[in-house]
Design a binder for this molecule. Structure first.
Ligand code: NCD
Length: 306
């Protein structure tokens, strides 16, 4: 049985299969409308979510399956002190596959050890978010036409942003990717990513503090929210929260075909005036998240198109 805990659980060829299947689902959703009939997805969300949980649920419903779950730790037995290991042992009897989001790094990995159904990591603390990465890769593949030969800028909270960590891990396996890491000193990527992922793979990267200066080089700009819930104190958050605000003026420095991605939710880091720029693709990106999760559910359940 397979789980998806880290973006590296999928080989490049498995990733390609998932993205291709998602592409086929987009072309002919009707063909997939009943492939998961009788199957159940459990969504175990111990942390807030809008897109990830609802796109998982929409994905399973689109495949003809059904969904059950909880959307906060308070409404589950975690509030009574139950361990993740015990919860998953029980949920394994109620569902065929589960997506888990948890504030603690490693919780979905622990769940996968005790589970008899596939476990999908839907975000674990400041660590990983592999299904957002699938969403990002599908967006880049469809709208840019390639997953190689790209200069990608990551901007904002690169320290706590799990979507950034997962996407960097996934992208180092493609050819000719240049990383431009744009953040204040306090929010730089963690040392393990710099040393064990970027440097170990001899990836070209630079760390900068001013967005405008690097804007003209970028093929993709991946904006992120400053992750308030992961700060140790509110003062630091307030000082850093508006470090970068992408507005129409800054977009003037960008290439005509640069794309702006954002996993959402957005707070202040992209001003609303950018939404009408054709290069702003974050709402399309959120839509692609449903198709790629449909594809992933099919792969993990080993379901074939009818
Ligand atoms: C992200 C997350 O939860 O890590 N959101 C998402 O799943 N689309 C990004 C964020 O919360 O900033």
């Amino acid at each position: 049985m397979k789980h998806l805990i880290s973006p590296l659980d999928l080989s490049v060829s498995e990733l390609k299969e998932i993205l291709n299947l998602a592409g086929d689902i987009i072309k002919d959703p009707q063909k997939y409308a009943n492939v998961c009939h009788g199957k159940k997805l459990a969504t175990l969300f111990y942390e807030p979510s809008t897109r990830t949980r609802l796109s998982f649920e929409a994905a399973m419903l689109n495949l003809g399956g059904s969904v059950l779950g909880f959307s906060s730790a308070d409404s589950s037995s975690a509030a009574k002190g139950e361990s993740v290991a015990d919860t998953i042992r029980v949920i394994s009897n109620y569902a065929d596959i589960c997506a888990m989001r948890h504030p603690k790094e490693g919780a979905p990995l622990v769940a996968s050890i005790y589970s008899s159904i596939p476990v999908i990591n839907a975000g674990d603390g400041g660590h990983n978010h592999p299904t957002q990465t699938l969403t990002d890769l599908l967006t880049i593949q469809i709208l840019k036409g390639r997953l190689n030969n790209l200069t990608i800028g990551f901007c904002g909270d690169l320290k706590f942003g799990r979507t950034v960590h997962s996407l960097i891990n996934a992208l180092v396996r493609y050819d000719n990717i240049n990383f431009v890491l744009i953040s204040p000193d306090e929010l730089k990527i963690p040392a393990y990513l710099r040393e064990e992922v970027l440097e170990a793979n001899r990836m070209p990267y630079k760390e900068v503090k001013v967005l405008e200066n690097v804007m003209p080089q970028l093929d993709l700009l991946y904006m992120t929210r400053v992750q308030r819930e992961r700060f140790f104190n509110e003062e630091d958050y307030i000082r850093l929260k508006d470090s970068f605000i992408l507005d129409a003026k800054k977009m003037e420095y960008a290439k005509e075909d640069m794309l702006v991605l954002h996993p959402l939710p957005r707070v202040n880091e992209i001003s609303a005036e950018v939404d009408n720029d054709p290069r702003a693709v974050y709402f399309k990106q959120a839509k692609f998240g449903v198709y790629v999760r449909m594809s992933l559910i099919m792969k993990l359940l080993e379901v074939e198109p009818c």
